[in-house]
Design a binder for this molecule. Structure first.
Ligand SMILES: Cc1cc2nc3c(=O)[nH]c(=O)nc-3n(C[C@H](O)[C@H](O)[C@H](O)COP(=O)(O)OP(=O)(O)OC[C@H]3O[C@@H](n4cnc5c(N)ncnc54)[C@H](O)[C@@H]3O)c2cc1C
Length: 488
């Protein structure tokens, strides 16, 4: 009889763990509290508009990022018949009546930026050199130690040699914040162009973004997040995996230092191994009477940084520029949650809207969880959402008067929405990489409880969907190693 594996959560990590565990011969049950799979990786439809809620650009969308690309294909997220769009420009800002852009080809970006700001040419040249150097780095996803694999993926010496010249460059960016990086430019328009990420993030995040784009990666799979997770879910169920939707796991059952299954509202399910993919900080708090005591889990609990956002989606019966609206400076800044935003930009999809319309989304990245929580507790939640919606729609209509009176949908997802929807701590969907943070990978296995494994975006900070994907595969390898099965 096959060993039973229960996976808690059918986001990217859970789907990945489920697919690999099923392929490796386990009897797998994937339990998801919602009516659909995907967790944070989702899109939603309102009045004919489809709003993209997560994967605006996907690392591993092209064969250039070998390791992740292979995993996306193996899980059915990408593959034959799935078109991947590499939209241009990636980002642009309006400054003094001109539009300044970052496109995928770093040489082309540099050429246009040098014309706009010749005095910044040395800095631009250095960025080009650094991006090209790091672009040569391999991006493998390798196997854990001690697992038997049908198709082993090992770190080869050649790969290590290719990585060596890149390390000093990464080190340089790792010591600088995004804010410091942007401020090096003398031209205020370039400062804005490179200043889209929160100022305290490590500049490594910027560097890796431009590398991803420069190698032709970071594409957008047709249909977006929801279509992608549905393909993964189909791969899982086609393999014979059991998917239980609308089912919330209350607790992981642990007896005599061993995970023995899960407790649901009305029943208990037994298993030989349990993989937890609910966001790790919340999972430790909610799913255990006594959480496992492993040092790495404590470290996540005590030090994890959270990317938290307020997300605005607008459906407007007007044709706006496709893909991105260049960021612009607002005549009247947007104020909410005790902060002021002077700039705004939108992702813009005409293909996701009814004829003659555009589906727009914009995201406020500051952590405003406490503000929204207080507003909810004090009964002002809907009112505050309306106030923000009014400001955002006013900003859009001032800039694009054709939108006046044409907004058919406006919807605000706060950190509380994400918390309710995914069960994640403060509604977080990624971590943050701050200056000086070292890239680490947590083990996913517990010394204190056998048969208990963790996966999800927290396992390799700062996270994101490729990391969630990788962590699910690693969890399946850990289970294979425990039961001496060949990983497939
Ligand atoms: C606005 C936004 C933009 C983003 N942009 C990008 C991007 O461009 N590129 C990119 O790669 N990534 C992006 N991401 C991040 C990416 O979507 C997430 O990092 C990734 O999807 C996390 O996957 P996960 O499986 O680790 O966690 P989750 O998605 O949180 O999945 C956990 C699942 O577990 C379920 N669950 C929780 N508790 C229980 C329980 N007790 N019982 C049963 N089920 C439970 C949840 O419902 C959920 O389905 C973005 C995210 C957001 C919000």
């Amino acid at each position: 009889m096959s060993k039973k594996v229960i996976i808690i959560g059918a986001g990217i990590a859970g789907l990945s763990a489920g697919i690999y565990a099923k392929r490796s011969g386990f009897d797998v049950t994937l339990i998801e509290q919602h009516s659909i799979v995907g967790g944070t990786c989702t899109s939603w439809k309102r009045k004919g508009y489809l709003f993209e809620g997560a994967v605006h650009w996907l690392t591993g969308s092209s064969p250039a990022v070998t390791g992740y690309h292979q995993l996306w294909k193996e899980t059915g997220a990408l593959g034959d018949g799935v078109t991947v769009h590499t939209y241009e420009p990636f980002r642009s800002v309006e400054w003094d009546g001109q539009v300044i852009s970052i496109v995928r080809d770093i040489d082309k970006t540099a050429e246009s930026l040098r014309k706009i700001s010749p005095q910044d040419a040395p800095l631009i040249d250095r960025l080009v050199k650094d991006v090209k150097k790091v672009s040569k780095m391999p991006f493998p996803v390798t196997d854990i130690k001690g697992v038997k694999c049908e198709n082993p993926q090992r770190m080869r010496l050649g790969m290590l040699f290719k990585m060596l010249p890149v390390l000093p460059v990464m080190g340089k960016y790792g010591k600088m914040s995004c804010g410091q990086f942007a401020k090096q430019f003398t031209h205020p328009g370039l400062q804005r162009l490179f200043g889209d990420m929160p100022g305290h993030y490590s500049a490594m995040a910027l560097l890796m973004t431009y590398v991803t784009l420069n190698v032709g990666d970071g594409g957008y799979p047709e249909g977006g997040s929801l279509a992608m997770v549905h393909r993964m879910s189909k791969t899982f169920t086609d393999l014979g995996g059991k998917l239980m939707l609308n089912t919330k796991v209350q607790k992981v059952n642990i007896r005599a230092g061993k995970a023995t299954g899960v407790i649901l509202e009305n029943q208990t399910l037994d298993a030989d191994a349990v993989i937890v993919t609910q966001e790790t900080v919340a999972a430790l708090d909610k799913l255990f009477d006594t959480p496992p005591q492993d040092a790495w889990l404590k470290e996540i609990q005590e030090t994890a940084q959270s990317a938290v956002c307020t997300f605005v989606s607008i459906g407007v019966r007007a044709e706006l520029p496709d893909i991105t609206l260049p960021e612009w400076k607002l005549d009247t800044p947007i104020t909410y949650a005790g902060q002021t935003d002077q700039y705004i930009s939108f992702n813009s999809y005409r293909r996701h809207a009814p004829e003659g319309g555009t589906a727009l989304t914009t995201v406020f990245l500051t952590d405003t969880y406490d503000f929204w929580k207080k507003a909810k507790d004090e009964g002002r939640y809907e009112q505050e959402k309306e106030a923000l919606a009014k400001q955002v729609s006013r900003a859009l209509c001032q800039k694009y008067p054709q939108c006046e009176g044409k907004i058919e949908v406006i919807d605000i997802a706060t950190p509380l929405t994400y918390e309710r929807y995914t069960g994640a701590y403060h509604g977080s969907w990624m971590g943050e990489m701050r200056v000086g943070d070292k890239r680490k990978q947590y083990p996913g296995t517990c010394e204190s409880v056998s048969g208990l494994y963790f996966a999800g975006h927290r396992l390799i900070p700062p996270g994101g969907s490729p990391v969630a994907l990788q962590s699910g595969r690693t969890a399946a390898q850990l289970v294979c190693r425990q039961f001496d099965k060949i990983f497939r």
